[in-house]
Design a binder for this molecule. Sequence first.
Ligand SMILES: Cc1cc2nc3c(=O)[nH]c(=O)nc-3n(C[C@H](O)[C@H](O)[C@H](O)COP(=O)(O)O)c2cc1C
Length: 190
Amino acid sequence: MGLLGAGISEVIATTRENAAPIGIHCRESDLSAVLFKGSHTARNVARDGWLVANVVQDPVLFVRTAFDDLPASSFVSIPGLGWDRLSGADGYVACSAEVVRETPEALMVRFSVVREEVLTRRCVPFNRARCAVIEATVHATRFRRNRDPGLYHLIRHHISVVRRCGGPGELEALRILEEWLHDMPDKNSG
Ligand SMILES: Cc1cc2nc3c(=O)[nH]c(=O)nc-3n(C[C@H](O)[C@H](O)[C@H](O)COP(=O)(O)O)c2cc1C
């Protein structure tokens, strides 16, 4: 078993000069992802045929990369491959990527691991707020597309968990997320 365990691992995917959170599916050791068209990640993977899955605990990075670009200083090149990874990653899995199916909305991509590396020794306790930041952010990226009031309701629930259980990192992530939400019209706070 490699770094990306069975089920869906939420990572920050780097492609050429870009970073965004995605879920990597691992079923019977096959790695894959569904990449929605219109994203830089889908465009870059289809063009370049590689993606690096960065293992990251920092909730601020998840929110920033979901909605915004990172400065060039956040990336380093993997020696010998020349592929971009995050300089702050706890570890990474560098993959070649093949588009195996395409629908009007998304690309189904299969990955083959080229190199993986653990970069830090950390022992991170489970924290509900960190999980809630991830939940709220994934819902917010979908809400941005469809303005589903049910999603907005879920986001408010996860925000209340972050307020209750979060430390400074989670609360900073929440501040950034709420700024983005504030700028999205047609919210339904019900
Ligand atoms: C935790 C999390 C998981 C996500 N998983 C996916 C995914 O599997 N596929 C996808 O296309 N978008 C996913 N997203 C949404 C993208 O991160 C989002 O659309 C982002 O803006 C794409 O950025 P880009 O244009 O720089 O690629 C996820 C977002 C979050 C917060």
